[in-house]
Design a protein around this ligand. Structure first.
Ligand code: ZN
Length: 101
C-alpha cells in the first residue's frame, strides 16, 4: 500500500533507494525514481507485512520496501507468498522477512 503519511521519512527512504539504485522488491525491475504516482514504474513504499494486518506499526522503517506503484497496487494487502506479478517475481520465504524485523 502507498504510504502518504510521514512524507519526510518517506522522502529520505526514497533518496536512499535512489542512491542505491534499488529495484522493485516485488518484481526485481528498475524503478523510475523521477516518475510520480500513479506512473506504473514510479517509486512507492510497500509494507512487507501488510498494514491491514495491524501487527507491525506502519512507521516501522524495517518493514518498508521499495516497489513500483503498479506492483504495489497489484499486491494490495496480500501476503508476499500469495503475490505473483507474472514477470520476474521470485517468491521470498516470508518467515525470513519476519525474522528480519
Ligand atoms: Zn515491480
Amino acid at each position: 500500500m502507498v504510504d502518504y503519511a510521514n512524507s519526510a521519512r518517506r522522502n529520505r527512504f526514497k533518496s536512499a533507494n535512489r542512491a542505491a539504485r534499488s529495484r522493485c522488491w516485488l518484481c526485481g525491475g528498475r524503478i523510475d525514481y523521477d516518475a510520480t504516482v500513479p506512473h506504473p514504474l514510479s517509486f512507492t513504499v510497500d509494507h512487507a507485512v501488510p498494514r491491514s494486518l495491524g501487527t507491525v506499526p506502519p512507521s516501522r522503517r524495517s518493514n518498508w520496501r521499495p516497489a513500483h506503484y503498479e506492483c504495489n497496487q497489484d499486491r494490495g494487502d496480500k501476503m508476499v507468498d500469495a503475490f505473483s506479478s507474472g514477470c520476474e517475481f521470485e517468491s521470498l520465504p516470508f518467515a525470513a522477512l519476519l525474522g528480519g524485523l
